[in-house]
Design a protein around this ligand. Structure first.
Ligand code: SF4
Ligand code: SF4
Ligand code: SF4
Length: 383
């Protein structure tokens, strides 16, 4: 469930952009020492700007490919062209109609109008499809996942080809290590089973044709839902500034957030099957180690962690009394912020997570050496 801040921002931004920005989730907004610029590397349109404590997206440059939302570890960028829930429903319906094969097609392929639109889910660009979407479909019974992405080499979105390949590789590695025989495949043409002789009447005002218009999708679906939630169910809007939203609380924590895609992925993997290897390697999960000899027990890593994967001893919240830190691999999104904020360089982060740790919901504990801070290192905002 999005929190009130997410909902307000979604409602305000939906009509303007195919990607909604939730800045307080962004590692670089939370702390100016953050090195994450993954979204910028993924964006072919130079539409994203990340500066110290600022994340901006230029909607007039954005081509709605969805690559940034796919790679952002903290889900600070939400692709709404189409929204995840709509896309998942569309893909699941198509998989049922296809006897278990889930088919996604990019808008360029869909525009050829050679295939029955009821048999595939349309995305503006295949970079829009992320691992959580694929894994969720497999966990619900999809026996095959096919990405029909045309010929990326001749597409104006062609630079997304590497990003799509990376998502496929990541998803397939996770499927393999969880004992699934399903693999994500790519194709540059629709399979014969989806082709139809006369598709004219099938497109027009269909829902999938409508999804080619990202702004239209945004306005008509999630905006309506978000506004309804705010106005009818919650009854108010959070108008705090970003500094106010990120202010460190009296208990020494910056706001933390649920990560819906991350949760979908780990729940799907749990349903698919137990890991068949000792370690799970992916970009979705991380594991942290702390060199206790270097650590000075300042607790900064836990303060800035956006998910609460690293957290202070719940019974010892006062900043002067940090005795241990807890770490939960299943909540770590591999954003690297804890490493970036540690001035003692005591943390290391790995993408190779012991399988038993990933599915062990008991946190790992790091005991501090008892170095005490005399006062809080934070000012009024901590940003
Ligand atoms: S956390 Fe997400 S939005 Fe922020 S810099 Fe990294 S990829 Fe971009
Ligand atoms: S959707 Fe694509 S073009 Fe738009 S900001 Fe994200 S990566 Fe850039
Ligand atoms: S533990 Fe570190 S890498 Fe993992 S989510 Fe928290 S800040 Fe990010």
């Amino acid at each position: 469930m999005p929190n009130i801040n997410d909902i307000v921002q979604i409602a305000e931004a939906m009509g303007k952009s195919p990607v909604v920005v939730v800045p307080e989730r962004c590692a670089a907004v939370r702390n100016r020492n953050a090195t994450c610029r993954t979204c910028i590397d993924a964006c072919q349109a130079d539409a994203i700007e990340v500066r110290a404590n600022e994340l901006n997206l230029n909607a007039s440059l954005c081509v709605a490919c969805g690559a940034c939302a796919t790679v952002c570890p903290t889900e600070a960028l939400l692709s709404v062209a189409p929204p995840d829930a709509e896309l998942a429903r569309s893909a699941a319906e198509a998989a049922v109609a296809n006897d278990g094969t889930a088919v996604f097609a990019c808008a360029r392929m869909a525009a050829k109008r050679v295939a029955d639109p009821a048999l595939f889910a349309e995305v503006p660009c295949m970079a829009r499809v992320d691992e959580s979407m694929v894994l969720s479909l497999v966990s619900h019974g999809a026996m095959d996942v096919l990405l029909v992405d045309g010929n990326c080499a001749t597409c104006k979105y062609g630079v997304c080809d590497a990003a799509i390949a990376e998502t496929v590789e990541q998803a397939n590695r996770l499927l393999e290590v969880h004992g699934s025989a399903v693999r994500v495949r790519r194709a540059s043409a629709f399979p014969d089973s989806l082709l139809a002789d006369d598709t004219q009447g099938m497109y027009g005002a269909t829902r999938r044709g409508f999804f080619s218009d990202a702004a239209g999708a945004a306005k008509d679906t999630v905006v309506t839902a978000a506004r309804t939630t705010i106005e009818q169910e919650l009854g108010y809007a959070d108008r705090r500034t970003i500094g106010e939203r990120l202010r460190v609380s009296d208990t020494g924590e910056m706001a933390q957030f649920p990560m819906p895609r991350h949760e979908v992925a780990i729940n799907a993997l749990d349903a698919i099957g137990a890991p068949t290897a000792e370690r799970v390697e992916s970009r979705l999960f991380g594991t942290v180690d702390i060199d206790i000899d270097r650590c000075n027990a300042c607790g900064m890593c836990a303060v800035f962690c956006p998910t609460g994967a690293l957290r202070r001893d719940p019974a010892e919240k006062a900043l002067a009394a940090l005795k241990y830190l807890e770490f939960s691999a299943c909540e770590c999104v591999q954003c690297g912020l804890c490493v970036d904020v540690c001035w003692k360089e005591a943390l290391t982060l790995s993408n190779s997570v012991p399988a038993d740790e990933l599915y062990d919901f008991e946190p790992r504990t790091f005991h501090m050496k008892g170095v005490k801070r005399k006062k809080s290192p934070f000012g009024a905002s901590g940003v």
